[in-house]
Design a protein around this ligand. Structure first.
Ligand SMILES: [Zn+2]
Length: 664
């Protein structure tokens, strides 16, 4: 069933209570703005000859014409909803366009039909050679979050709002964020098939890729996703808060800064948008359905509708991954069951979108045998977030046999839990030990196929549908709030992503402080930190053996280690150093601190995760100007200072700012 213009987006009228409301607002706003356009038109036309008013107001209008399916149009990228004038070449094309895209009730005598839709359609139409103009004013109004704002169940974001949130971030932080479409939901892959609670045509599967694009990779991968089970509605909220935390604190928190600079962080708030769409429909959003699975309704005619918590159609995405699928009594072959595994391994588009994407990001690091461990230096961390046990889970789910990398994986889970290491305080253990058998599960795939350190945290909340206030505030069994309680755990997983198993053998670097945090060039700053193995249930605790810091260039980018002082005879050691700023350029610097244990592990030093602090170097005291400073410009940039560099008492004036070395 191909459409004429190869567009498979949402072309049907929405009629759930929520969607009806949105549609009504759309209609009103569209009518008003389009009427405004019509009224304003002649005035502009008189000034700008025959050029349509919309184009006249659109400073980048030329792109609308020049666009030929390659590259991106800045206006199309700017708004979630586009009001488009699509010019037809003959009456038959007009009628096709009008029918296929439910054109708005606006006169077509100007040679165009008016279509309100997303940028996918814009690109699809222009790629087909159609002339499309974007009415920027109307598009802006329709995309305004104030107009779109319509959460459900006390504040939870609908799929549309989650996606609008991702759009906002991509627009707000263009250097740090890209929005990546990794595939289509089942309902989008099967247009016309999804009709309950009312017809809709599915969604793209969006992931937000966070990293500083100006710093080249390769970079280690941390992937976290939410809502693989639709009714676990706290999970997309937590993923969105992680996104906000990383982006909003990039300039103020040195740990966040280096994570975003040097790691590839993939955050996917909504794995199962079709399921979430169904959940939202319950009671018009006021009593969400306890719908768990995806939108695949094949063979589900006999299942309950409205969906009950225990009986509904759909495939359980967390039983459909292509690893030990259906092997071991950890899933159901009955369509209406909560753990229905689907017709074959990886049959569901949501599962394969994640699988195919992560396969491009993380190498296969584990041998083919169930007992093959990933190397101690394996890279990549996967976190598949659920509610509502609460517990921190790891592999296996399909067998009671311990996973090969058990000791390290278990110790990471212990850290995720340890309240005195920023953890969430939850119990931890393997899926089969803490819950029940699960086969075809997400983390068994991520670990089993690729050897990633893989976890599934079941957030607290006491109910799949906790009051919205419990996301950020104490309540629902959480003393801090569901997000604050899990922030430290997520940041730890992001920090160890480069070599999670090896880094699990190292100590934390806590309370990294530069004092003063801002110094004139040449004036030293004191660096202090605490290197700590002594958190609850740390199976790898030992005495701290050393600590070191790096200025601006971390170890993996070829930075120079500078030793720190301390009494290295216990599992917790206060360390310090004096930072020589004489050769540091004026501006902000990142100071990276890490510690290690006395003993190595499998021939590797046991360095723990890095923590960082900013150091701002200011212009310094005005030097008495010598007649002519004799610059000796060297062609090669000055390397980062080594430990033996002696601090200068008086700064030497430097005529021109030097180029700082960039990390390789
Ligand atoms: Zn779940």
């Amino acid at each position: 069933m191909k459409n004429n213009y190869l567009y498979t987006g949402n072309t049907t009228k929405k009629s759930s209570a929520r969607a009806r409301f949105v549609f009504r607002v759309f209609g009103v706003v569209a009518a008003v703005t389009l009427a405004g356009v019509a009224l304003a038109g002649p005035k502009h036309l008189s000034v700008r000859s025959s050029k349509p008013q919309i184009v006249a107001e659109n400073t980048d209008a030329s792109n609308n014409h020049a666009h030929a399916g390659s590259g991106k149009d800045p206006i199309a990228e700017k708004y979630n909803t586009l009001v488009m004038r699509v010019y037809f070449r003959d009456r038959a094309e007009r009628d096709r366009l009008a029918q296929e895209f439910s054109a708005e009730e606006v006169p077509t005598t100007g040679g165009y039909v008016t279509i309100i839709r997303d940028r996918d359609l814009y690109y699809s139409l222009t790629a087909h050679g159609l002339r499309v103009e974007i009415d920027e004013n109307s598009s802006r109004n329709l995309s305004d979050p104030q107009i779109m704002r319509e959460t459900f169940y006390g504040g939870y974001k609908s799929v549309e709002e989650i996606y609008a949130f991702l759009d906002e971030k991509a627009a707000q932080f263009p250097d740090l964020v890209e929005k990546v479409d990794i595939g289509d939901s089942w309902c989008k892959a099967n247009p016309g098939a999804c009709v309950l609670p009312s017809p809709w045509n599915g969604y793209d599967l969006w992931v937000l890729h966070i990293t500083n694009r100006n710093i080249p990779g390769p970079k280690p991968v941390f992937w976290a996703d939410g809502d693989i089970h639709a009714r676990e509605i706290a999970t997309p909220e937590v993923v969105m808060r992680m996104i906000d935390y990383l982006l909003n604190n990039y300039d103020t928190d040195a740990d966040v800064h280096w994570l975003v600079d040097y790691h590839d962080i993939w955050l996917m708030p909504e794995v199962n948008p079709d399921g979430h769409h169904i959940v939202e429909a319950g009671g018009g959003g006021n009593s969400p359905y306890y719908y768990r699975k995806n939108g695949n309704n094949l063979g589900g005619d006999g299942c309950s509708w409205p969906p009950s918590a225990f009986d509904h159609f759909g495939v359980d995405n967390n039983r459909n991954f292509p690893f030990q699928w259906g092997c071991c009594g950890g899933s159901s072959d009955f369509v209406c069951e909560q753990t229905y595994r689907g017709v074959s391994a990886g049959s569901e588009p949501e599962d394969m979108a994640i699988v195919n994407k992560i396969r491009t990001l993380v190498p296969d690091q584990r041998g083919p045998s169930d007992t093959d461990p990933a190397p101690i230096t394996a890279t990549g961390v996967y976190q598949n977030i659920h509610t509502v046990v609460p517990v921190n889970l790891f592999s296996w789910g399909w067998t009671t046999t311990q996973m090969p990398n058990f000791a390290e994986t278990r110790n990471i889970a212990a850290h995720m839990s340890a309240p005195n290491a920023g953890g969430n305080g939850y119990p931890y253990g393997s899926i089969i030990e803490q819950l029940y058998p699960v086969d075809g599960g997400s983390i068994d795939w991520a670990y089993g196929e690729l050897g990633m350190a893989a976890f599934s945290t079941e957030l607290s909340g006491q109910d799949f549908l906790p009051p919205y206030s419990c996301i950020d505030n104490p309540g629902c069994g959480s003393s801090q709030g569901i997000w604050p309680e899990n922030r430290g755990m997520l940041l730890y997983l992001a920090k160890i992503a480069r070599t999670p198993y090896l880094t699990s053998h190292g100590p934390d670097a806590n309370t990294v402080v530069t004092n003063p945090a801002s110094v004139p060039q040449g004036v030293p700053s004191q660096l202090t930190a605490s290197i700590n193995f002594a958190w609850s249930n740390n199976a790898f605790s030992q005495n701290v053996g050393a600590a070191e810091y790096y200025i601006d260039t971390p170890p993996w980018a070829g930075g120079t280690a500078i030793p720190m002082n301390g009494s290295f005879n216990s599992p917790t050691v206060a360390v310090d150093a004096t930072i020589n700023t004489a050769s540091l350029s004026v501006g902000r610097h990142v100071i990276f601190v890490q510690g290690r244990g006395v003993s190595d592990f499998q021939g590797f030093q046991t360095w723990g995760p890095i923590s960082a602090a900013f150091l701002d170097v200011t212009g310094g005291p005005t030097p008495t100007p010598s007649v002519t400073p004799t610059p000796t410009p060297s062609a090669t940039p000055t390397p980062t200072p080594t430990a033996t560099a002696t601090p200068r008492v008086t700064p030497r004036p430097r005529p021109t700012p030097r180029v700082r070395p960039t990390p390789p």
